[in-house]
Design a protein around this ligand. Structure first.
Ligand code: ADP
Length: 206
């Protein structure tokens, strides 16, 4: 991709800051970054968590990998370069969401460590929660919710993460979830607890 660098642009400060928005929402913005193999359960947990947070009275929004590829990132494929650009855009959008005070979930395979580390840097360490959905490949392949593993094994899809493209596991994720051991609801509860501990949302008794 060619990069176009705009000149003659100046950052314009608004009159409402993040603290004002957080006071209004009674929560702090955060970006919960799910990473893991296809079929590991990222989207399922993200949507379960989104529902749980909204029911608890919080503004939450899940940015889903496939859904984003229908719109914002529809000009990107799955080459290493396009995967990196995919993640860079998501990180920038996630940063805007977190700045609005919304608890935001992203569910993208995001297989490369360097891309996720760049996302952490973009968003800021205190707002970034990397959740490694560490479901064994055999379980993901057995589930195969979109029939993609079957196609990858048959050679109909090239460069499929976990089959013929690498997945670089996180070294220091904020949380690890193995969905062959816990349900989406249990996973969602542990993430809510993590957010309370981090001071992003109040404990229920507060
Ligand atoms: P990903 O977003 O990581 O590609 P999905 O959430 O789309 O994964 O698919 C995971 C599949 O596994 C879904 O069909 C879901 O119903 C199933 N599944 C079974 N058990 C679990 C669990 N404990 N947590 C999450 N998903 C599960």
């Amino acid at each position: 991709m060619t990069s176009i660098k705009a000149t003659n642009i100046t950052w314009h400060e608004g009159h409402v800051d993040r603290g004002d928005r957080q006071k209004l929402l009674k929560q702090e913005g955060a970006l919960i970054w799910f990473t893991g193999l296809s079929g590991s359960g990222k989207s399922t947990i993200a949507f379960t968590l989104e529902h749980a947070l909204v029911q608890r009275g919080h503004m939450a929004y899940a940015l889903d990998g496939d859904n984003i590829r229908f719109g914002l990132n529809k000009n990107l494929g799955f080459s290493a370069e396009d995967r990196t650009e995919n993640i860079r855009r998501i990180a920038e959008v996630g940063k805007l969401y977190a700045d609005t005070g919304v608890i935001t979930m992203t569910s993208f395979i995001s297989p490369y460590r360097a891309d996720r580390d760049a996302a952490r840097e973009t968003i800021g360490a205190g707002d970034f929660f990397e959740i490694f959905v560490d479901t064994p490949l055999e379980v993901c392949e057995e589930r195969d919710p979109k029939g993609l593993y079957k196609k990858a094994r048959a050679g109909e899809i090239k460069g499929f993460t976990g089959i013929d493209d690498p997945y670089e596991a996180p070294e220091k994720p904020e949380l690890v979830i193995d969905t062959s051991k816990v349900s989406p609801q249990e996973a969602s509860i542990s993430i809510v607890e993590m957010l309370v501990k981090a001071g992003k949302i109040p404990a229920l008794s507060d």
